[in-house]
Each structure stands twice: as structure tokens, then as C-alpha cells.
Design a protein around this ligand. Structure first.
Ligand code: HEC
Length: 152
């Protein structure tokens, strides 16, 4: 079907459709959990992850066991970056929501991916040491190379 020609506004570009979630701004100010970025096990290719956890959950996350209770409202966030080019990749997050765990997938600018997080996130994370969290330390996963950076 052809759209009426006399539209007052141009169609909105898809990238303006979804605003970054409210927690993302605060998350950027949380301290990094590791000195060096982690070699991420996500995406099936060489990626580094910068990991931040909301302040009230840092202590519990650092001494994670399968019985650890994480405070509702806490977040565990990884900013992924291509290990070779340094280009920013997606942002993956886990939220301890009051009713359970929620997975988030945002693009490099923080906009939620349409359709939300795929079911495979929860599937693989169900097998984590403190489900759904993998936690620290991650033997051998801290990279020793400086993180390449490209302009964001
Ligand atoms: C095939 C297994 C697998 C899948 C699928 C997977 N992850 Fe992970 N995830 C891991 C592993 C292993 C780690 C720890 C190492 C790392 O950071 O890459 C991790 C770590 C994380 C962390 C850091 C918190 C923690 O300690 O667990 C977040 C957040 C996260 N993943 C989100 C996601 C999201 C969102 C998805 C879906 C888009 C996803 N993951 C899919 C294996 C997986």
C-alpha cells in the first residue's frame, strides 16, 4: 500500500525508535570489576568485555556461590568490544528483577535490540556456576593486552 504523500513528518529512523534503558547512564559510572578487560566468551569471535556491577551487588558478586542472593534491582553489565578493531559491540546485561532474572541486549549506543534478548542467553547461563551468573574470577580470561579503542 502507498502511504499518503502529505505526511507532516518524515518517517522516524529506526535508531530513534527505542530509548536506552534508564539504568544505563548510572551503569556507566559503576567501577570496572577487573583491571583488564575480559576475553568474552560471547559472540563466537574475539571480543573483549568491560564488566560493571551495580554497587550494592559488587561484594556478593565477588564472592559468588550458587546460594548467593543478589539484591533485587542489581545489574551485571558487559560492554563488548571487538578485540582487533576496538569497535564497540553490543551491551549485554543481566538484571536481578523482583520477579526473577532478566536478560538485556542493547546495541553499541545503548538502544535495546528489537525483540529483546534471545532465549539462548538464559539457556547457556542456566549452566553457569551460580546460575545464571558466571561470576569471577574467570581463570585465564583477563586479557593482558591493552584494549584497542576506536572513536564511539
Ligand atoms: C554459550 C554460552 C553463553 C551464551 C549463549 C550467553 N552467555 Fe553470557 N556469559 C557466558 C560466559 C561463559 C560468561 C563469562 C565470560 C564472559 O564474560 O564472556 C558470560 C557472562 C555474561 C555476563 C556477565 C555476568 C556474569 O557473571 O554472568 C552477562 C551480563 C552476560 N553474560 C549476558 C548475556 C546475554 C544478554 C546473552 C544473550 C544475548 C548471553 N550472555 C549469552 C556464556 C554465555
Amino acid at each position: 500500500m502507498i502511504e499518503p504523500a502529505a505526511r507532516a513528518e518524515p518517517p522516524r529512523a529506526p535508531e530513534t525508535a527505542a530509548a536506552p534503558p534508564a539504568w544505563l547512564d548510572a551503569a556507566l559510572s559503576w567501577p570496572l570489576l577487573t583491571q583488564a578487560p575480559l576475553r568474552s566468551q560471547h559472540l563466537g569471535r574475539a571480543h573483549l568485555a568491560e564488566l560493571r556491577v551495580s554497587p550494592e551487588a559488587v561484594g556478593a558478586y565477588r564472592s559468588l556461590t550458587p546460594d548467593t542472593e543478589l539484591p533485587p534491582g542489581s545489574f551485571f553489565v558487559e560492554w563488548l568490544r571487538d578485540a582487533e578493531s576496538g569497535r564497540p559491540g553490543p551491551i549485554f546485561a543481566l538484571e536481578r528483577a523482583p520477579e526473577g532474572w532478566r536478560f538485556w541486549v542493547l546495541d553499541a549506543r545503548g538502544q535495546p535490540e528489537p525483540g529483546g534478548a534471545p532465549g539462548l542467553c538464559a539457556g547457556c547461563h542456566a549452566g553457569a556456576p551460580a546460575p545464571p551468573l558466571f561470576g569471577l574470577p574467570r581463570e585465564g580470561l583477563e586479557s593482558t593486552a591493552p584494549v584497542p579503542r576506536s572513536p564511539e
